[in-house]
Design a protein around this ligand. Structure first.
Ligand SMILES: [Zn+2]
Ligand SMILES: [Zn+2]
Length: 57
Protein backbone atom coordinates (compact mmCIF):
# COMPACT_ATOMS: atom_id res chain seq x y z
CA UNK A 1 0.00 0.00 0.00
CA UNK A 2 1.06 3.55 -0.61
CA UNK A 3 -0.06 6.88 0.72
CA UNK A 4 -1.98 7.60 -2.47
CA UNK A 5 -5.60 8.39 -1.75
CA UNK A 6 -8.61 7.86 -3.93
CA UNK A 7 -8.89 10.71 -6.39
CA UNK A 8 -11.37 9.27 -8.81
CA UNK A 9 -14.89 7.96 -8.52
CA UNK A 10 -17.89 7.27 -10.68
CA UNK A 11 -20.16 10.15 -11.54
CA UNK A 12 -23.07 10.23 -9.09
CA UNK A 13 -25.57 10.30 -11.92
CA UNK A 14 -27.06 6.78 -11.83
CA UNK A 15 -27.18 6.37 -15.59
CA UNK A 16 -23.73 7.76 -16.17
CA UNK A 17 -20.69 5.55 -16.38
CA UNK A 18 -18.08 8.26 -16.38
CA UNK A 19 -15.18 8.30 -13.96
CA UNK A 20 -14.38 11.73 -12.64
CA UNK A 21 -11.40 13.19 -10.88
CA UNK A 22 -12.57 14.52 -7.57
CA UNK A 23 -10.33 17.54 -8.03
CA UNK A 24 -12.20 18.69 -11.12
CA UNK A 25 -15.62 17.15 -10.66
CA UNK A 26 -18.79 19.18 -10.31
CA UNK A 27 -19.68 18.95 -6.63
CA UNK A 28 -23.30 19.15 -5.62
CA UNK A 29 -24.89 18.10 -2.33
CA UNK A 30 -21.84 16.08 -1.41
CA UNK A 31 -21.81 14.11 -4.62
CA UNK A 32 -19.46 14.31 -7.55
CA UNK A 33 -20.60 14.65 -11.12
CA UNK A 34 -18.68 14.58 -14.36
CA UNK A 35 -20.54 17.49 -15.87
CA UNK A 36 -23.09 20.20 -15.30
CA UNK A 37 -25.69 18.20 -17.20
CA UNK A 38 -25.34 15.29 -14.78
CA UNK A 39 -25.37 17.60 -11.76
CA UNK A 40 -28.68 19.03 -12.93
CA UNK A 41 -30.14 15.57 -13.42
CA UNK A 42 -30.28 16.10 -17.18
CA UNK A 43 -33.20 18.49 -16.84
CA UNK A 44 -32.38 19.93 -20.24
CA UNK A 45 -32.12 16.54 -21.88
CA UNK A 46 -28.44 16.99 -22.48
CA UNK A 47 -25.86 14.30 -21.90
CA UNK A 48 -22.48 14.79 -20.39
CA UNK A 49 -21.00 14.84 -23.89
CA UNK A 50 -18.37 12.32 -23.02
CA UNK A 51 -17.63 9.88 -25.81
CA UNK A 52 -19.43 6.59 -25.51
CA UNK A 53 -21.64 7.63 -22.63
CA UNK A 54 -25.40 7.72 -23.11
CA UNK A 55 -26.35 8.98 -19.69
CA UNK A 56 -28.92 11.51 -20.85
CA UNK A 57 -32.28 9.80 -20.65
ZN1 LIG B 1 -21.96 10.50 -18.70
ZN1 LIG C 1 -21.96 12.04 -15.47
Amino acid sequence: MTTASVTQMKCACPSCLCIVNISDAIQKEGKYYCSDACAKGHTEGAGCSHAGCGCHA
